[in-house]
Design a protein around this ligand. Structure first.
Ligand SMILES: Cc1ncc(COP(=O)(O)O)c(C=O)c1O
Length: 302
């Protein structure tokens, strides 16, 4: 888009009128989007100077592990750089299926579906399962991908104050019996650092016949006896209905996943627009995430 275009089209008025970022940039105080020109895990190069990286989600430090890098390189050489098709058609590799099997085992679930990003995993799970007559409950501090997933669904979205289980229960009491209901929360809230009260949420979900979904983006690799997430941390894996994960933090890659029961009928078809029809389920990422998960498991056995 050319800057002159902004003058003539009303849709772009909001871009023209938003000047705060440019003002802060001009004052030399803008902290965002600083390009990293080299990364050695905790040391990165920014603006020609070495800096200590204090803000990354590389919780296990696996992004530069030689075994992980070797696995990713091997996948690139064997399969090339892109999938060139959706999972439905020519985009499913043996690597994807192998990774899904390993992840299902890792999360103690029957099956798993891999998406191109953690963001899309949330879009897929919520929009695939929450239909027209259903209701999805969101904690007010849930991640943006959960909020967007709820917007994409055709159901009603209701929000409760952060961690306010009594407030959640009051809202659930008002629903007609038999309403299809999902409660979805972050397992660990990345900005606040607190862990969701999964046993409390489960008690309420079970009382009102709701499905409980946990976004374990910041818990995988960190919480639980084997880094297997929030439900494992509370020893309630069998009772939590849905888990969503991402590989962009502990698993040193990109892509997202949904460990699930085999009979979750939305699995490949309902979640299709975010998962199965995306052509970007990356092969090197699948290999590196798989290798990272294996390393995490091995380190727990030692
Ligand atoms: C809680 C949570 N869920 C989902 C995501 C999305 O994951 P990704 O960035 O890997 O797509 C993030 C990423 O920051 C997150 O923090």
């Amino acid at each position: 888009m050319r800057t002159e275009t902004l003058q003539h089209i009303a849709l772009f008025d909001k871009c023209k009128n938003f000047t705060r970022a440019r003002e802060v940039q001009a004052a030399g105080l803008y902290p965002y989007f600083k390009p990293i020109t080299r990364s050695e895990d905790t040391i990165v190069m920014i603006e020609g100077r070495e800096r200590i990286m204090m803000g990354s989600n590389n919780y296990l430090g696996l992004t530069h592990h030689p075994e992980v890098l070797l696995a990713a390189k091997g996948a690139l050489e064997r399969y090339g750089s892109g999938c060139t098709g959706s999972r439905f058609l020519n985009g499913t590799l043996d690597l994807h299926e192998q990774l899904e099997t390993e992840l299902a085992e890792f999360f103690h679930k029957e099956a798993c579906l891999v998406f191109s990003t953690g963001y899309q995993a949330n879009l897929g799970v919520i929009s695939g399962l929450v239909g027209r007559a259903d209701v999805v409950f969101l904690d007010k501090l849930d991640h943006a991908s959960i909020v967007d997933g709820a917007k994409m669904s055709h159901g009603e979205t209701l929000r409760f104050n952060h961690g306010d289980l009594a407030g959640l229960e009051r809202k659930l009491q008002r629903l007609p019996e038999g309403t299809g209901t999902m409660i979805i929360v972050d397992g660990v809230y990345s900005m606040e650092g607190d862990i969701a009260d999964v046993p409390g949420l489960l008690r309420i979900a079970q009382k009102y016949g709701a499905a409980l979904a946990i976004d374990d983006a910041h818990s995988v690799g960190v919480l639980g006896p084997n880094g297997d997430g929030t439900s494992a941390h509370y020893d309630v894996v069998d009772e939590v209905d849905l888990i969503v994960g991402t590989f962009s933090k502990s698993l040193a890659s990109t892509q997202g996943c949904w460990p699930r029961c085999t009979s979750c009928s939305a699995s490949r078809s309902g979640a299709s627009s975010c998962g199965a029809t995306r052509a970007g389920c990356k092969r090197a990422c699948a290999r590196s995430a798989s290798r990272s998960a294996r390393r995490r498991r091995r380190s727990c056995r030692c």
